[in-house]
Design a protein. Sequence first.
Length: 73
Amino acid sequence: MKLKITTVGNSAGIILPKELLSRLRLEKGDELHALETPDGIRLTVYDPELARQMDVAEEVMRKRRTLLHKLAQ
């Protein structure tokens, strides 16, 4: 599905068609979480617990970058 970035005030946004919102069981005002993957960006319903876990994982990856790089070899 092709989506277009549009101006929303001083920001930019993407308009999601009603049929897509319905399929995703989303409504106006719902929050989404954007997760960068090797295939692109994945949008999921915002889950505060998942967001906390991702913050912890990113902190560990930042602090232990050299160790993780060696383990990956």
